[in-house]
Design a protein around this ligand. Structure first.
Ligand SMILES: Cc1cc2nc3c(=O)[nH]c(=O)nc-3n(C[C@H](O)[C@H](O)[C@H](O)COP(=O)(O)OP(=O)(O)OC[C@H]3O[C@@H](n4cnc5c(N)ncnc54)[C@H](O)[C@@H]3O)c2cc1C
Length: 457
């Protein structure tokens, strides 16, 4: 709980009108897109920051007075990465949303943390350039949140994740000091890559106030091929077959039968609701290369017993990206998980996950970026129903155990936040975990940056 003095001091650091303190204003900052049946704690204050200096002053004060500071972009992460279990100050970056510099010649863009990913993509595309990371909600999520989660998306298969597109970061440390990490050049072999340490650290090590991003040439053309299958196993064989043909698609995404049916009901677009699995394969490159790529992809899918193969209009992606919203119509709550296994174990993972949910009477719609071995089981339930909640917790543990036993892990792109904190000690070696904790201590000795996330201290 902040003292009145603290509030008065914080108000002096920012413009008038940029501070929220009323309970009804704080309420929505107690949550993000993680669904939980636990009572959320309100932050003490929300501050809309507009300059780097404001962020520095707030952190300096918070560090001296040991007040938690939680950074917030669009609040869309799914793991409770920007909730406030210990109250504190929420820094809202929505007013630091400017693109500061765009150099088509160097293929770079310098941005503030509150810029929405779609704005970066659209500006780059005007110059035939491309910023590939594409979490399904890229039309609303911010680059600050994306860097802090190292967001991926469907394009990760060919183009990698956020970590592959950050050239430098300007960050404010817990004590308010300002550092630029990385030279901003495409290659940089001078010392440790500290910017890569910040990426994916969920706002627990430093606060990002500027980022220099790498862009790449935009492929001239893209074509979407769909393949429907009567079994997951055939669909996974289809994925492997494509790769054996030496085609490198931009995406290989997946929807299971429950997702296909749920989405078709929500957003009718002619999905084949009787099929067990759908693969969505984007091929890209020069226009005149697409026919040959398509021939190889179709032959691989046919070889894997695809029941239907076709070229699709773009609304297949609208359908795929609507899967979370569509699943949310099945029950009062939906919890989206994030599992990754080696691609060779994918069919066992999908089948196992479905069996576990069936056994516990839970509705699950599975989608995923299967080129990477990454699936998102989306479980629809009523979290306030005690027995459903217990079943969900038990099923989740079994799903995680299965992922680990298959050589995978329990988060590939959504992060840890609060949601997976209690599992991390069983997953990471003690020595590695200690190393992480020492790093946290070095960066943030008073544990003010997003406390209660990633691991217990
Ligand atoms: C429908 C839906 C679909 C999604 N699909 C995908 C997907 O396909 N792939 C994928 O990877 N993810 C996906 N996500 C999750 C996605 O990673 C996050 O939504 C997004 O990256 C978070 O951006 P945000 O602006 O909402 O950040 P927030 O949720 O506000 O914050 C996320 C984390 O970043 C920290 N943070 C925010 N700003 C800063 C800053 N300036 N400095 C330091 N830390 C900061 C926060 O403290 C928090 O830890 C999806 C989410 C939804 C709701």
């Amino acid at each position: 709980m902040l003292l009145k003095n603290d509030l008065n001091s914080i108000k002096t650091f920012v413009k008038k009108g940029n501070v929220l303190t009323k309970e009804e204003e704080l309420y929505c900052y107690a949550q993000d897109s993680m669904n939980t049946n636990e009572k959320s704690v309100l932050p003490d204050v929300v501050v809309f920051v507009e300059t780097i200096e404001e962020v520095q002053n707030i952190l300096k004060y918070a560090n001296e007075h040991k007040i938690p500071v939680i950074s917030r972009g669009a609040g869309t992460n799914m793991v409770g990465a920007c909730t406030c279990p210990h109250g504190g100050i929420v820094l809202n970056f929505s007013k630091m949303n400017k693109i500061l510099d765009f150099s088509p010649e160097n293929m770079t863009m310098r941005v503030q943390p509150g810029v929405v990913l779609n704005d970066i993509k659209e500006l780059a595309e005007r110059e035939n350039l491309f910023y590939p990371p594409d979490p399904s909600n890229f039309k609303v999520s911010t680059i600050g949140g994306s860097i802090a989660q190292s967001s991926g998306g469907a394009m990760s298969f060919k183009y990698g994740t956020t970590k592959d597109y950050v050239l430098s970061l300007t960050v404010v440390l817990a004590d308010g000091s300002l550092l630029k990490l990385g030279a901003g050049t495409v290659k940089d072999a001078v010392g440790y890559h500290l910017n890569q340490l910040i990426i994916g650290s969920e706002g627990t090590l430093a606060i990002v106030v500027e980022a220099e991003l790498k862009l790449i040439p935009k492929p001239e053309a893209c074509r979407t091929i769909v393949g429907y299958f009567d079994s997951f196993e055939d669909a996974v064989n289809g994925v492997n077959g494509i790769i054996k043909e030496r085609v490198f698609p931009a995406t290989i995404d997946f929807m299971d039968n429950n997702s296909i049916r749920t989405v078709e009901e929500f957003y009718p677009c002619g999905l084949k609701t009787e099929k067990e699995a759908l693969l969505i394969v984007d091929i890209d490159g020069f226009e005149n290369s697409l026919d040959i790529q398509q021939k190889y992809v179709e032959s691989a899918l046919a070889h894997a017993n695809a029941a239907y193969i076709g070229v699709s209009a773009n609304d297949i992606w609208t359908a795929r990206r609507a899967s979370f919203a569509a699943t949310a119509r099945l029950a009062p709550d939906v919890v989206s998980d994030d599992i990754i296994v080696p691609r060779s174990e994918l069919a066992k993972m999908v089948r196992g996950c479905k069996n576990i949910c069936d056994r516990y009477g839970l509705q699950v719609c599975i989608v995923g970026h299967v080129g990477d071995g990454n699936i998102h089981p989306q479980i629809a339930l009523n979290l306030e129903n005690d027995s459903e909640f217990k079943n969900y917790v038990a099923a989740k543990s079994e799903i995680y155990e299965l992922a680990l036993s298959l050589g995978g892990t329990i988060s590939s792109e959504h992060g840890v936040g609060e949601a997976k904190l209690s599992y991390i000690e069983n997953i990471i070696d003690n020595e590695v975990l200690n190393c992480m904790k020492q790093l946290k201590k070095l960066f943030d000795p008073n544990n003010i940056l997003n406390p209660g996330k990633i691991f217990k201290i």
